[in-house]
Design a protein around this ligand. Structure first.
Ligand code: KG4
Ligand code: ZN
Length: 341
């Protein structure tokens, strides 16, 4: 049986709609919001307004690119949370409106579940390699950093998570200190390619178990730069590549050390990464190297599925559809969630 799902993602600053037919992705359209660059971070009010402007044309294009009409859609999956409430409201209200107008069932999706589910997307004519259960996912984004044991498509256990900042936040905040544009993660990734990862040393946290912490690193980076700039006002400009490479190397080291611990404790061989920071070239290489050394099967998402996108919500929606996990019209967005379900 063929199931066609329209996915809608609007949790932060990307307005995205996608169509899957079973596990095959037919379209994935994203309008990123440039307006936040000026402010050096996402401004919630501006994000909601931009979603409101973008959502209709983005949905329209996703249907057209997929070669379907709204009448072909079996269910509408939307992000319920976590995320910015005003942004989530735009996507959920739009999904509800379409659902009522066209009498199409609704499915609410957890944003984090979506990030992990990208590992089950196929493309037309291409069956992608998928991890086998149980596997571990290192989910690293601007809002989250966690180790998740994935037991089945919809069954997840959070093994550890950040106690303060997310890894993406560490990239973005340190980039801001260096005067780099927002979002800083991809900029640091690019500059790091020409730098020496061992040029500078920054403090690493000592957090027990499988939890993470990144606020200390951010502070150590800030103080280090403040002292250096006092002695030499051009220090950042003269050492940009080395600073980026060393910072990136430290973040990757922190991420990988806990990942190795989690994989050992869970006794799995399949290891995946997901979320915006999983686009990072240094992290991707480091995990591949670690996998070769330790006999893991490593799953790296396509770069277009790393940062926020609706393909991840559409595929999560497909697996929820198969279990008839529909939602009612009185469902409300949630800015925070404690579980991935
Ligand atoms: O998953 P995502 O789009 O949004 C959240 O759910 O948070 O992740 C965005 C985060 C930002 O912090 C951004 O700087 C980071 O992902 N990011 C990267 C790279 N591309 C995006 N960080 C490091 N290297 C990259 N190449
Ligand atoms: Zn995300």
């Amino acid at each position: 049986m063929e199931i066609t799902i329209l996915g809608i993602e609007s949790s932060c600053d990307d307005t995205s709609c996608a169509v899957v037919r079973n596990t095959t992705l037919l379209s994935n359209v994203t309008a990123s919001q440039e307006v936040h660059r000026t402010w050096g971070g996402v401004v919630p009010e501006l994000a909601s307004r931009a979603h409101e402007q973008n959502i209709v044309p983005v949905a329209d294009k996703a249907l057209k690119d997929a070669g379907v009409t709204i009448d072909d859609i079996d269910a509408i999956a939307f992000t319920r949370g976590p995320g910015l409430l005003g942004s989530l409201l735009v996507g959920s209200s739009f999904a509800k409106g379409l659902s009522i107008a066209k009498n199409i069932p609704l499915i609410d999706c957890n944003h984090l579940l979506g990030h992990i589910m990208v590992h089950f997307i196929d493309e037309p004519g291409v069956e992608m390699p998928h991890p086998s259960f149980p596997f571990i996912t290192l989910l690293v984004s601007g809002g989250h950093t966690m180790l998740v044991l994935v037991k089945s498509h919809l069954e997840m256990e959070i093994l550890g998570q950040t106690t303060d900042d997310a890894a993406g936040e560490a990239f973005d905040k340190c980039a801001k200190v260096m005067g780099l544009p927002y979002p800083g993660g991809p900029v640091i990734d690019k500059l790091a390619a020409d730098g020496d990862p061992k040029a500078f040393k920054f403090a690493k946290p000592s957090i027990p178990d499988l939890d993470y912490s990144f606020s200390g690193l951010k502070t150590s980076f800030l103080y280090f730069l403040r002292d250096k700039v006092e002695q030499n006002p051009d220090f950042i400009e003269q050492n940009k590549a080395d600073l980026c490479a060393s910072l990136q190397h430290t973040i990757i080291d922190i991420l990988i050390s806990k990942l190795v611990k989690a994989v050992k404790a869970a006794d799995v061989t399949d290891v995946a990464i997901a979320g915006g920071v999983s686009a990072n070239s240094g992290l991707r290489n480091a995990i591949e190297r670690e996998g070769e050394k330790r006999g893991w099967r490593v799953f790296l998402p396509k770069r277009s599925y790393t940062t926020d996108n609706a393909a991840m919500i559409a595929i999560a929606g497909y697996f929820k559809y198969k279990q008839e996990l529909f939602t009612s019209l009185d469902v409300t967005p949630m800015s925070r969630v404690s579980k991935i379900e």
